[in-house]
Every structure is written in C-alpha cells, then in structure tokens.
Design a protein around this ligand. Structure first.
Ligand SMILES: [Zn+2]
Ligand SMILES: [Zn+2]
Length: 278
C-alpha cells in the first residue's frame, strides 16, 4: 500500500494546479485525501513565496529608480550652477544620496522638493505575511463538500452563532526560525443567518508566538482538521448533527496562553469546551 500511496503522491505533484483543485475529494481514501490537501497547501505556499519574492524585487527596483532620479536631479542642479531656476528647488534632495531610505518616499514632501514619482504598486500582498489571525476562504470548497447550503463570509464580526475550537498546525517563527507543532491553534467559528436560508460562516484562526523570541509564527494549518471541525460545527448549527457529550478529555500539555493570539483577545477554548457559547 505504501508503494501505491507513493505513486499517488508523485502523480499529484505532477498534476496541473487546476485539475488538482477540482479533484472530487470524496472519491479518495482518507490517506489520499490527506495527500491531496497537503499538495494543495504546498502549492499555495510556493505561490505565496513566489509573490513575496516578486514584491521584494519590485520594491528594490523602485528604490533603485528613485535613487537614480535623485542623483540625476543633483547633477542637473550642479550643472545649472545654482542659476535662477534652481533657487526654488534648492534643498533636501542634495543631501539625499546617503541618508535616503524607503520611509522617506512616503513622507509628505516639501513643495517642489521632488517631482511627482509614480510608485509601482505591488500587485498582491504576500499571503504568508504574519498576522494575528487568518481566514481561509480557499478551504471553503472543502467544507462545502461536507455541509450543504453554507456560504463563506470574510468577517470576524460577531454574528448570530459563535463557538471556539482548537485546530492542528505547524508554525515557524518569523524571526528566529524556531519550529513547533500544536493541536491548540485557537479558532473562533461564527455563524451569520442569511435571508435565503443559507448559513453564512467564518472561521478565524489565531496565530501563535514563538516561545523563545515572542515573534509571530508563520502558520501552516492541518487542512483535514480545519475542514472536519468547521463542518462539524456548521452541521450542529444547522440541526443536522447532535453533538455527543464530551467525556473524559485526554490529558494534553498545558496551553501556553501568553503565546496564543486567541487567548490574547479572549477567543480561545482555554476557558474550556463546556463554557456556554451562543
Ligand atoms: Zn522566535
Ligand atoms: Zn489560547
């Protein structure tokens, strides 16, 4: 079986992205579903990293172009020998060569200090920029395979339903590179009743901080647990699933509340699954 799975994995890696995203997930075994999801996540990350590199490149080339421009202006001023035209342009720019930095570009410039410069806008924000919490609209199609008549909402405002859960993820510190995995990624699931009878929802997944340097991590979420737990909650809200009472929870390592961005805003299961939620 291991050989078959390996072949399956190799096939996935060769698969066109469009085809990969359109695979009917139910047609596969649990192990294969996991592999499909992992491959989808791997592609997303690779894509995000490529975008981040592209943005960094764009910033560097814009900065270089601005420095060129400033130098050219300085030369022009020198050539014009401080004649009548340049008196209004005296200034700022001349000493710009050395202490120029990126921040100065966005400062409101003194009148005439710089000619209007068109700033190149990065096309897309890098998706893997660290944030305190994330939404994952890209996994909606997986959740929608489990529960019908749901619609994803890009909102973290309170709705008509609310519940908290923990998800599984691996993290890498954005500063020192330390890596850790956890089954306690705080997540707030919200429901929004829709007029058309559909159930709107969002799942806000909270980041964690590095135990060593306290910087935010880069989060890689376990997609299976995300889909399973979000779908389960939505099915319960829709009355399609009666939750079993929780019995004897397994002992787990203590939750490091001071490193959890969910705890930081009071949206973490830390308070206990039996807490009354609406
Ligand atoms: Zn760190
Ligand atoms: Zn927490």
């Amino acid at each position: 079986m291991a050989g078959a799975d390996e072949k399956f994995g190799a096939g996935l890696r060769k698969m066109d992205r469009h085809d990969l995203n359109r695979l009917t997930i139910q047609a596969y075994t649990r192990a294969q579903r996991r592999m499909i999801n992992e491959e989808r996540v791997r592609r997303k990350r690779a894509e995000a990293e490529a975008v981040a590199e592209e943005v960094a490149g764009a910033v560097a080339s814009t900065t270089a172009a601005l420095l060129d421009l400033i130098n050219t202006m300085a030369i022009l001023r020198m050539n014009s020998g401080g004649g009548s035209n340049s008196t209004t342009n005296r200034a700022e720019g001349n000493r710009g060569g050395n202490d120029f930095d990126e921040n100065r570009v966005s400062e409101p410039a003194a009148p005439d200090a710089h000619p209007p410069v068109k700033k190149k806008k990065p096309r897309k924000k890098p998706k893997n920029a660290t944030k305190k919490s994330y939404l994952f609209p890209e996994y909606h199609h997986l959740v929608a395979e489990e529960v019908k008549n749901i619609v994803f909402k890009s909102s973290t405002a309170d709705g008509t339903r609310y519940n908290e859960t923990w998800l599984v993820g691996s993290l890498k510190c954005s500063n020192c590179g330390r890596e850790w995995t956890t089954g306690k990624v705080a997540t707030a699931i919200r429901g929004y009743e829709q007029k058309n009878g559909q159930l709107g929802y969002s799942a806000e997944v909270f980041n964690q901080r590095c135990a060593k340097c306290k910087s935010l991590g880069h989060l890689t979420l376990d997609v299976d647990t995300y889909v399973e737990r979000v779908a389960r909650r939505l099915a319960i809200w829709k009355g399609e699933l009666i939750p079993e009472p929780r019995t004897g929870e397994k002992p787990t390592p203590p939750h490091e509340t001071d490193l959890c961005e969910g705890c930081a805003v009071g949206k973490c299961v830390r308070g206990g699954y039996r807490r009354v939620l609406f």
